[in-house]
Design a protein around this ligand. Sequence first.
Ligand code: ADP
Ligand code: MG
Length: 402
Amino acid sequence: MSPTNSSSSTPGGGNTTRAPLVKEKLEHFEKQVAFIENAELKKIAERYQKNFQRFLEIISNSFGRLWDLGLSTKDMPTINLGPIEEDAPTTDQIQLQTQTQTRTREGIQMMPQCVNFLDQNIDVPPEGIALSDVYTLYKKIGEGGSGRVYMAKDNNLDIFCAIKILKIMQERDQKRFFSEIKLTAKLRHSNIVNIFYAHHVMMYYYYVMEYIDGESCDSIIKKRALTEDEVIDIAIPLAQAIEHAHHNSIIHRDIKPANIMIDQHGAVKVCDLGLATVRALNVSTHPGSGRIRGTPVYMSPEQITESSELDERTDIYSYGMTLYHLLTRQLPFIGRNLQETLLTICNPYILPKNLQAIVPKISTGMSKLVLKCIEKKVQARYQSMEEILVQLHNLKKGQASS
Ligand SMILES: Nc1ncnc2c1ncn2[C@@H]1O[C@H](COP(=O)(O)OP(=O)(O)O)[C@@H](O)[C@H]1O
Ligand SMILES: [Mg+2]
């Protein structure tokens, strides 16, 4: 409920309607603050609360007085807020506050509402939630270990986009995130999801991407098996996208079916490229309860053991593992628990099943290609995406002629 609605519905209602209105607003705000679990955010919100209390009273009374007199806002006298309190928000905080206020009638509540909503992982209301003065979140479209992806709208350009909001990161990772995303955003390739913008609201870092109206390969293979021809049609553009990244000295580091989208026209779009910080949120090391959290099944042995500096060949492994999964809907190195899975991936004596043993229709050429990608020894794999592309084109030609 905003001052506008309430007062216009009760013209000349006098102080009796205004007093409860302020009280109601403050109570609502207090409730929101109570929901905030994050200590740092709570401290800031409480400071706002104190200042808002005064601000709301003045605004509400002033508006009420104007409406009582039948005047409009342009007749409103300048409000003197009096001396600034010692713990009043800084200019930056106010700026952030006003930026997030502008798109809503409930202005003042906006900043905490948005952050509060992110804290609690509750559904987006149908009217959306303003993330900033430009972006409104409308629908959660996915959730991974590193954060949540929303369908959103760029209100300036009036276009839909996708926004990935990351889990709270440590300060050093926030810096690393920005340097990584700057490099990734420079990539231009028809099979790589474009990145438009990156910023943060309080401690929530996010990036804005092209919205892909389609489905991830992960979700496709949960529903049905893909034929070898279909997989080749994904594998070629996927390899071209990764090759383009490699040429620009960027390693993807997180190739997996969930990061490959197929749009409505069948075009392949690769997401989450080169974002080691984002990947680290998904599969992060933490002492005590085993080193790795998340799903490491597409990770190369060297990525798990951190035995050597990672290069393009770690992507070749994950690429091969992705093709293995798309072709057979099975993963070769799975243990009964995380520990066992990690050991299975790294153990040089545990070999993957031949793909034809799972799906007899798969060609020998394709089976060999995939197995060469997922060799545990780095040197035994294909050494570049170009080599893989040559093989894939041969396979495609062979299939066309047979
Ligand atoms: N740009 C996008 N457009 C549309 N949907 C997307 C986009 N990016 C990600 N998604 C969807 O969100 C899901 C979750 O993404 P993400 O958080 O990156 O999880 P994961 O860690 O599994 O990759 C993806 O599997 C995909 O379905
Ligand atoms: Mg992803």
